[in-house]
Design a protein. Structure first.
Length: 386
């Protein structure tokens, strides 16, 4: 691809940054926690209109429990068109309803701050405008471009995984619009993710009158937590985190129930095979209790692979032509790219704009990175689709 064409794309997208920020603010104002179907569907209503404006045909996959998913298609002009390019992004966020009131949108010091802006509504906005610019400049693509906007990525893409995998199997390459970090780069591998729930049953009694007749479920859970935290092995890159704990009813009652939610991260399948049975097979410390563990790996590890490496080098060449130096990154966080890479498909992640604070109160988008990242995506689509 000629450097002059990329430069023209970059300049055009730079002029559209105010419009991208306007769209970003509009979609951030529609709060869309993973567990709030009504909010997610409102956000998908907004995205449907934006996708139509960008020239896509949209299919909506209705869900009974999760938010609906969108599948948008920009038709290529090849004859035959060849395998499509799949782009994936999510509309759900980790933030509860009301977070926007607690932490209003701010645009200062070169950053756009707002709940869900960085992870990852800006990636969706960039995709819309990249495709719109390609159409406006009559830069035709020989292959179809398919965008899946799912609504449950933050909880493991349970209802959208089959859709993503089915579409990925038809595709030449998969581009994941998760954000980059302040240092930039592109993601070429990720840890696998496991989620578990540990439930402990004991026996309730009065804590003052007859405590010796009770069986304290929280005490048992405490032993289990110490064991689980002891499984961390930073040299192997495997981590276990007990992130949520609940139990008991009142301070004067020996608790009969306790629960913990556990997060597991592994760098390769062998570590998953080693640790998952250990967690599922937790042994009781107190034989008078009952311990039940459910769960497993929700995202397979994405290990470095030659097909993903080749896709990275194509993107890196386009980045160099745009004046961007894009290093390879390995992420401890999971994404929908874990699924597509595990299928052996060329996958590239972290294409969205730079920033920081994912899942944190200082979540922010680096405004200066929006146009370059949009140009990178547009250039990569031109390269892959032609």
């Amino acid at each position: 691809m000629m450097t002059s064409s990329l430069g023209f794309l970059a300049k055009e997208l730079e002029q559209r940054v105010p419009a991208m920020l306007e769209d970003l603010e509009a979609v951030v104002r529609i709060e869309s926690p993973t567990y709030d179907k009504a909010g997610l569907d409102r956000a998908q209503d907004f995205m449907t209109g934006c996708l139509a404006w960008a020239g896509a045909s949209v299919m909506r996959h209705s869900q009974a429990c999760a938010g609906d998913h969108l599948q948008a298609v920009w038709r290529g002009h090849g004859n035959p068109p060849g395998s499509p390019i799949l782009v994936v992004g999510h509309i759900d966020t980790v933030w509860p309803l009301g977070e926007l009131a607690r932490r209003p949108i701010r645009h200062e010091n070169g950053y756009f701050d707002g709940p869900g802006a960085f992870d990852m509504k800006i990636g969706l906005v960039v995709t819309l405008h990249a495709m719109k610019v390609l159409r406006d400049l009559y830069l035709s693509l020989r292959r179809d471009v398919v965008l899946i906007v799912n609504s449950d990525e933050e909880t493991g893409s349970v209802s959208s995984r089959a859709l993503i995998e089915a579409e990925a199997k038809k595709s030449q390459a998969v581009l994941i619009m998760e954000p980059a970090f302040d240092e930039g780069g592109l993601t070429v591998a990720r840890k696998g993710v496991g989620r578990f729930v540990v439930r402990v049953a004991g026996k309730a009694t009065h804590s003052g009158r007859n405590p010796q007749e009770g069986v304290n479920a929280i005490e048992e859970l405490a032993h289990q937590i110490l064991f689980l935290q002891g499984l961390n092995d930073y040299e192997r890159g495997s981590t276990v985190n007990v992130g949520v704990v609940r139990g008991g009813t009142r301070p004067n009652v020996v608790p009969a129930e306790a629960l913990a939610e556990v997060d597991l991260r592994v760098v390769n399948p062998a570590e998953g095979e080693r640790l998952v049975p250990v967690i599922l097979g937790l042994a009781r410390h107190n034989p008078a209790t009952q311990v039940e563990v459910t769960g497993g790996l929700t995202r397979p590890p994405w290990e470095p692979c030659t097909t993903c490496e080749a896709l990275y080098h194509r993107a890196r060449a386009i980045g160099l032509a745009l004046g961007m130096h894009l290093e390879k990154r390995f992420s401890g966080g999971g994404s929908d790219g874990n699924f597509t890479a595990a299928l052996g498909l060329p996958t590239l992640d972290g294409i969205g704009p730079e920033g920081g604070g994912a899942h944190a109160a200082d979540e922010r988008v680096l405004v200066a990175s929006i146009a370059p990242r949009a140009a990178l995506l547009a250039g990569l689509l031109l390269d892959l689709a032609n």
